[in-house]
Write a protein that binds this ligand. Sequence first.
Ligand code: ASP
Ligand code: MG
Length: 442
Amino acid sequence: MIVMKFGGSSVANGERIRRMGQIVKDRLERRPVLVLSAMGDTTDHLLEASQEALKEGTVSIEKIQDLHLKTIEELNLKKTAPELKVLLEELRDLLAGISLIRELTRRTRDYLVSFGERFSVRIAAAYFNSIHIKAQAVDAWDAGFVSDSNYGAAELLPESWNRIPRALEPLAEKGTLPVLTGFIAKDEAGNITTLGRGGSDLSATTIAAACRAEEVQVWKDVDGILTADPRLVKNARPVEEVTYEEASEMAYFGAQVLHPRAMLPCIKTGVPVLVKNSYNIGAPGTRVVSSLDRKAGPVRAITSRKNVTLVDVVSTRMVGQHGFLEEVFTAFAKHGISVDMVATSEVSVSLTLDAVHDLGGLKKDLAKIASVEIKTGRAIVTIVGDVRRSSEILSRAFGVCVVLGVQVQMVSQGASKVNISFIVNDTQAAEVVTALHITFFE
Ligand code: ASP
Ligand code: MG
């Protein structure tokens, strides 16, 4: 079997759903299990509606209702309308509840956003049946997805691994196409949970790993994982193959391609992932696998993140001392500030963080133990590739910076086997990324 996951843009409207139908139909002999996201931007619209209910006390589901009912009409699925209307009614009641009590807990928010996926699988399954592909909509909790109760970012419990194949087997035996909700689960108490934004990738890879599928296909609206952000680098192109580690690293560093945790089930079992474009079926896409051919180049992709703050902490007290780093990190913890990159020398520590914090209190606390300098307006440039070839990568990258006259302000390469990062000024990030792309890919 294979698992096919279609993201929001691949099921955004009637026409997209028809296209998906064709893609699935052409692969029926591979016994697909489908995992779907909510249609288009429905998850965002649900979150907006919840804020309106909370802040303004109004219940508005027009945008959501119109999209789904219009799609049913476009696809000639009138028989599905009553079932959908029941769910829409439940959604309206929930929003009315929020608007009355003016309270929205994380648990309620998960219940609320779960409607997006529950709508999309019902419409899709009805569409498959209408084109004579026997299909059944399945809510994740009926397919064995059990999670902890960390609403908004729930983790699947190990039991899921046994329950999922057991739940899907009867459908497979009947030759019915399962159409599963991505993104959601239930905790042991029976409350609906979500796996974090973009979590349907993780749903798909979990099913694939638990059922020992041959492959996971992730259908998106781009040609695969790209070598750089196409808004920054016009020659960015899809990467043919990356490793699971490289793909996760890219997800953490802002390439919006796969859910950061989605690779974990694959790392455990080695099931390959194929990222494909549902708008451009002919494009080969990107394969994500456990290890690459030796012929692969040293670099897979170049990403950057702007608006980064660099904190330099210098103290001669650090020489030969223990406990200094602990004091530094305790100060960050006290102010609830998470650190991204760290580099240390005998007498100094440099750290980076996202520029969303008020650093007054932190600066005061750090000043008690060392001299502190805070530099805003920086960017992290990250090269994702084979760190076993780091000398080659670094020498070429720094060569580029020398030519551009760009001062590198901090470098970090270590724990991760796939990530080399360095700090430059925000204003230079685009230029550096473009030049690195030319060096490594063009
Ligand atoms: N619909 C959810 C989201 O927009 C989950 C997903 O698309 O994977 O985050
Ligand atoms: Mg989505």
